[in-house]
Design a protein around this ligand. Sequence first.
Ligand SMILES: Nc1ncnc2c1ncn2[C@@H]1O[C@H](COP(=O)(O)OP(=O)(O)O)[C@@H](O)[C@H]1O
Ligand SMILES: [Mg+2]
Length: 426
Amino acid sequence: MGIALGAVFWMLEAAVHVFVFHDVGFFVQVFSPKPHEVWMRLTIVAMFIGFGIYSQWIVTARWRAQRAAIRANTELTQIFDTAADAMRVVDRDYNMLRVNETFSALSGIAKEDAVGKKCHEVFWGPLCHTKDCPLNRILGNADCVECDSEKVRKDGVKTPCIVTATPFRGPDGELIGIVEDFKDISERKKSEQELMQSHERLRDLASHLQVVREEERALIAREIHDELGQALTALKMDIHWLRHRLPGEKQSLIDKTHVMSKLIDRTVQSVRRIYSELRPGLLDDFGLSAAIEWEAGEFSKRTDIECEILSDPKDMILPQGLSTAIFLIFQETLTNITRHANATQVRIILTKNADRLEMRVSDNGKGIKDQEILEPKSFGIIGMRERVHYLGGSLSISGNSNGTTVEVIIPMDPKGDVDDKDTHRG
Ligand SMILES: Nc1ncnc2c1ncn2[C@@H]1O[C@H](COP(=O)(O)OP(=O)(O)O)[C@@H](O)[C@H]1O
Ligand SMILES: [Mg+2]
């Protein structure tokens, strides 16, 4: 362009010269002008060329910038339109400036119909018209707002969403409005609900299995007590009868009846022990404190581990279901101490007031570790937890190098719900 302008100027100047001075012909002026004219023309032609190059450079740079801007805009529009999350741009006056395809699908309004409408008319939620509305918070200088909200479409369909709002600024940094992003979490919520329901069903199943197991234990205990106990008593009486009818010279036979009698005595003891382990009669007859004292005494005899019991009040009258559940939890903690703790002392605190029943069993053993408490295969602990959960209480287990503490807290429900759950028999 500069070169063309220079050439045109060269010829124009030659023509003007010929026209004004009539001294030489046009072609001579064009192709062999005088030196001072050559200088003048060359200077001006160079200026033209310089100007041409400069303007060409500006035009090209501008063209490139325009193309880059168009490309960036196309890319952003594409990203905005094809985003998996629903998005809308809202100005300071709650007018929607732009929405994407996903927003249109989620809110049930066509893109072109949405633009220009108020945001709270199209996809509203509990925060609309409150100070906690994301736009209001961004206008109040928040950098970014994220919240869970249930958004409602015009046709009333509700969608739980995670809403993220960020400021939408103009080229000079002025706040024009917000960009709102809605992540549809209805599937997640549904799965969470299903998971919770399945969890509840599993808990119910676990409770039911406990009930069945404890009923079976009670049945076996009764059978052992009634059937075996009676049979052994009858056997003992028969041996007694036999011994008195044996002739005096049959000393070896008489001795044999003594041995048999002793064996029956030992079996009776074993039957009593099995019976009490299956269903401690003390629990029914004398209450929780006495049963715990007895169990702790037996535990100390068996293991040589010292047991200290503090019970307040001394005699606790509790619903049968509750006392059985606590007793079984207590038995499990003692079993765990025997098997895992390597302890020499156990301290049991049992307290009850109008609001709650509390049992704390601490040992001075090696201490349970966090991962052992959470281990999915810790069925003893899971069983304790389930029992406590069934009674509406809480169980906490902690351990350190000084030992392990298991604490059970059961609220004493004024409605007497606990009474109804007397299916936990041990
Ligand atoms: N009193 C305790 N002291 C130290 N570790 C314990 C104690 N009680 C439980 N544990 C640890 O917690 C784990 C889980 O206990 P539990 O659920 O009763 O299962 P199990 O007794 O069948 O191993 C045990 O294997 C043991 O490692
Ligand atoms: Mg155990």
